[in-house]
Design a protein around this ligand. Sequence first.
Ligand code: NAD
Ligand code: GLY
Length: 356
Amino acid sequence: MVPLGARSYSIAIGAGLLNDGARWQEAVGSRRVLIVTDDIVAGYYLDRLTETLGDAIEPCVLPAGEAHKTLATAGRVWNRLMDARLARDDLLIALGGGVVGDIAGFAAACYQRGIDYLQVPTTLIAQVDSAVGGKTGVNHPLGKNMIGAFHQPAAVIADIGTLATLPAAEYRAGLAEIIKYGVIADAEFFAWLETHLDALLEQDQAALAHAVGRSCAIKAAIVAADEHEHGRRALLNLGHTFGHAIETGLGHGHWRHGEAVAAGMVMAADFAARLGLMERRDVTRLRDWLIRAGLPTWAPAELQAERILELMAGDKKVRGGRLRLVLPHGIGNAETTADFDRDALGRMLIEGPPDA
Ligand code: NAD
Ligand code: GLY
């Protein structure tokens, strides 16, 4: 449950939920429904959901991929909503990964000034992060996620069985966001992830349900405390300032977002250790886990320190010209700070990763 007063909503997590007719009946009721999905997810799961729903109208199938997360694509959803004459009390369903969820959520936020939508995430990143919390939006040619709105879903229904068809690299990228929750908020969960990584890599359903559930619970608590990111919600961006610099520096699409976040988290942790905020052995624990998960743990050598610093200076978290970083204070706790020596950051980037 994400406790937001009248806008509170439930998060259902389990295998086979796409076929759970009673659950869908409860979520949809007698409303008309437009399913928004992408052309890859549609091939796997659209028929299944359509059958469960019974009489959904002609779906809106978007081209898959970040390149299509644009205002023009959101326009296709609005066209479909208009064609089908959906009313303000009808319902939109976002079936897919973070791209579909962000576009469909944004379309729902704007259509008739806001209609209900359900998040039905089918990637690991979407199940543990993007489907929860109400951030919706599209990219602008000059910046990622620059056009958007906060619009909370009416419910989240995460069928972990859908992850079986996700490409392995996409799945691993999602694991980075899961360990992030352990680092920022829950040392016990971090330790559980250390002992259950093999089970997660094998997609053991019980382990996966626990990992997705705990991740969503941590995110829900943070969102409930700071829905519009005036403070604590920024902790969810651990590793993202370094990560965005890597993604932009290499050119979007070269590294997956979760891969860049993995490297960014180790860089943030290493910097925290240099500042005396974190034990070196905890940095090693994080790094070792990410290596076992098959994820990168530092920016690629081809990105020079100066370029990374330059890109970090353009981050959304810069306030009054001062770069702010989310830094772990050990495992299970993190803070956002602008109070650090920029030269020390530069030295770390020049020296590169510590030896294992
Ligand atoms: P995505 O939606 O592009 O999905 C990745 C790929 O997997 C796509 O090709 C998709 O078609 C395919 N796919 C999805 N589910 C599948 C399945 N079950 N089986 C096979 N293939 C499947 O990307 P993503 O990694 O889910 O999400 C990244 C996006 O999410 C970015 O745009 C990012 O900005 C956004 N995001 C938003 C938030 C938020 O809070 N709103 C948080 C994190 C990320
Ligand atoms: N993904 C970060 C947030 O939802 O705030």
